[in-house]
Structure formats: structure tokens, C-alpha cells
Design a protein around this ligand. Structure first.
Ligand code: DAH
Length: 348
């Protein structure tokens, strides 16, 4: 007579193939398999019952259980493969993929902002002349932004520029000229740097934005003269706006240069076919648009930064990148550059 274990094994062996066949999904198949071979599975339970059998019968039972286990595993894997094949066949027999259909439109790519384009161009032009690129913080000490550049504490320029001060007495830099001080107080001449960056002023109207972009350039060496500055300016204007672009220097005042000048480029907005300028609102009917301030670095700046003004001379210039872009592309309104309007940005 068969033992209860034999009977249980025989029943399981007869039943399990049909149970596997009925599973129509991989998950159902795995669940069924776990019901038999899992920790609390039926075959596992039978194996545990083996302890109740007489010791001399255990080996034979163990062998039988193992045989059934192997059968279950084999069938399980065969069913698994069958399900996978059925799934793949269904995919292959489904409606075919039509390779001749037109593709979906790719979302339009972003564009570089005109300020970024112009900044990269200006940086490349100056790098070509041997200037290295310097970086600096947007928030700085008063002495780097004003004092060491020759602005006395009550100088009208500090007032005029109307700066953003932090509660700790720092300020958002009002110009990139702070990088001149940072370079001169940490490095010994000779040096030639440019420094692009954001600057901040309490200004907000049709032609001013409270945040805008500048690029500073300065060069310090022995025997640097105004002629070197003019040469660099001419090279810059030619590379930026094309050969023969008219440029002019007007004497001007900045506390950190002597002599100081402003540089104008011929207005692109009212240029006529014959090259003459009619005058327009953009250039306030002068035919010229200012693009930068410049000059020979003032001896008081050298002294404040610990550089011997008897030995070293240098020039500096600072330009507004919005202005450069306006002239480069004929953009009529500075505000357009801060509105993130894709119809505007897509034009560059
Ligand atoms: N920092 C000046 C401004 O923001 C521009 C400037 C003028 C920079 C003359 C210079 C310079 O380096 O020499 O208006």
C-alpha cells in the first residue's frame, strides 16, 4: 500500500501540468509555480512530512520528491518559454509598423541668446589679441567696486549709479571694473585680462534694465600708451562690426582712468545706401552710438592696489554687451532682450 506521501506526490504529479497550462500570463504561471515549489509550497510541505516517515524509507522518498521537483521545474520553464513565444508572435502579427508614414515633427531646438552670442564673439576677439579671461563675483566689497577705483565715499558717481546694497554692507557690482581691482590686488603685472559678467543698477526704463551685462578689458605692462588702447579698439570694431566701421573717441570722465574717453560706433539704424547717416532716434540724431568707456588706468588705482605707477602703465575699457548686441543685430529696444519671447530669440 502506498504511503500518504506517495499518494500526495502522485496527485501533485498528475495535476501540475494542467495547472501550468491554465496560466495565461507570466505572473499567473510564476504564482502557480510558487504554490508548488515556494517556501510554503505543496512540494515543500511534502518534503517536510518526510520527517514522519521511518528512517529507512526517507532516502527513497527524498529521491521521489526530487524527481517530481525536477519535472515541475522543467515544465515551468517550458511553459514560460511558450508564453514568451506567444507574446512575441502576437506582436509580430499585430498591425505592421508603417515605415513610409511621415515622422513626427521634432520639437524646435533652443537658440543661444543674443547676449550670449555677442559675449562669445567679443571674448574670442580679445582672446585672439592675447587677453586671458577672468571671472568674478556678482556681489562684492565696496572697495573693489568703488573705493580702490578712485571713487571717494561721497563721490557723485556712487550716488548716480544708485546701487543695490546688501544688509551686510556688500553690493551687487555696478560694473565689471571690480575685476580690475581683484586682478591687480592678487597678481603682479604684466597682465592682460577680460572679464564678462552681469552688473546691477537701480535703473529701469525704456533704455535701462536693473541687470545688464558688461565686459571689462585691461592691460598693464611697461610703456603702455593710449596708442595701444586705440589699436585694440580699432581691431575690436573691425572684427565686431566689419572692416572700415567708423569709430570715434570722445574725451570723458571716469574716476579710475586718466585720460578717459567714450567710444562711439557709427549708428547702424540710419545708415543710408551711400554710407552716410541720416540720424535717427536710436542715435539721438547724432549718427553715433556709444559702446564703451575707456582710458589709461589712473595712478591712484595702481597705488590703491599696490602697483608702482612709476614703473607700470595700462589701459582699461568696459563695454555694455546689450549695446554691442543692439548694434550688431539692429535690435530696436533693449527690453526685447529680457522678455524671453521665442519669436524674438528665434531670429538669432
Ligand atoms: N565701468 C564703467 C561703467 O560702468 C565703464 C568703464 C569706463 C570701464 C572706463 C573702464 C573704463 O574700464 O576704463 O560705466
Amino acid at each position: 500500500m502506498d504511503s500518504p506521501i506517495d499518494e500526495a506526490l502522485a496527485r501533485l504529479r498528475a495535476e501540475f501540468p494542467a495547472r501550468f497550462e491554465q496560466a495565461t500570463t507570466e505572473q499567473a504561471l510564476r504564482d502557480e509555480n510558487a504554490k508548488i515549489l515556494g517556501k510554503k509550497g505543496e512540494l515543500t510541505a511534502i518534503l517536510k512530512d518526510m520527517g514522519k516517515a521511518p528512517p529507512e524509507a526517507r532516502k527513497a522518498i527524498g529521491e521521489k520528491v526530487n524527481l517530481v521537483k525536477q519535472e515541475v521545474e522543467k515544465t515551468f520553464h517550458a511553459c514560460l518559454a511558450k508564453l514568451a513565444k506567444a507574446k512575441r508572435d502576437a506582436e509580430l502579427n499585430a498591425r505592421p509598423f508603417d515605415l513610409t508614414l511621415p515622422g513626427r515633427e521634432v520639437a524646435p531646438l533652443g537658440h543661444k541668446h543674443p547676449i550670449s552670442i555677442v559675449r562669445e564673439e567679443v571674448v574670442e576677439i580679445f582672446r585672439g589679441m592675447g587677453f586671458a579671461v577672468h571671472d568674478g563675483p556678482d556681489v562684492d566689497f565696496e572697495e573693489n567696486n568703488f573705493t580702490k577705483l578712485g571713487f571717494p565715499p561721497d563721490h557723485p558717481a556712487t550716488d548716480m549709479q544708485d546701487s543695490f546694497w546688501t544688509t551686510s554692507g556688500h553690493l551687487l557690482r555696478t560694473h565689471t571694473s571690480n575685476i580690475q581691482v581683484r586682478a591687480m590686488t592678487t597678481q603682479a603685472p604684466p597682465m592682460a585680462f577680460i572679464a564678462p559678467g552681469s552688473v546691477f543698477r537701480r535703473d529701469d526704463d525704456a533704455t535701462h534694465s536693473p541687470m545688464f551685462h558688461q565686459l571689462e578689458a585691461f592691460l598693464i605692462d611697461e610703456n603702455v600708451s593710449l596708442a595701444h588702447l586705440k589699436g585694440v579698439l580699432a581691431e575690436f570694431a573691425e572684427r565686431m562690426y566689419g572692416p572700415g566701421t567708423p569709430v570715434r573717441l570722445r574725451p570723458s570722465y571716469f574716476p579710475f582712468v586718466e585720460p578717459g574717453a567714450e567710444v562711439d560706433v557709427a549708428c547702424v539704424f540710419c545708415k543710408k545706401a551711400d554710407g552716410t547717416r541720416a540720424g535717427c532716434n536710436m542715435c539721438k540724431h547724432t549718427g553715433w552710438i556709444e559702446i564703451l568707456g575707456c582710458g589709461m588706468i589712473h595712478p591712484v588705482v595702481f597705488e590703491a592696489c599696490g602697483i608702482d605707477p612709476e614703473k607700470w602703465t595700462g589701459f582699461a575699457l568696459g563695454m555694455g554687451l546689450e549695446r554691442i548686441a543692439i548694434l550688431r543685430y539692429g535690435i530696436p529696444n533693449i527690453k526685447l532682450m529680457f522678455e524671453s519671447d521665442p519669436r524674438f530669440l528665434a531670429q538669432f
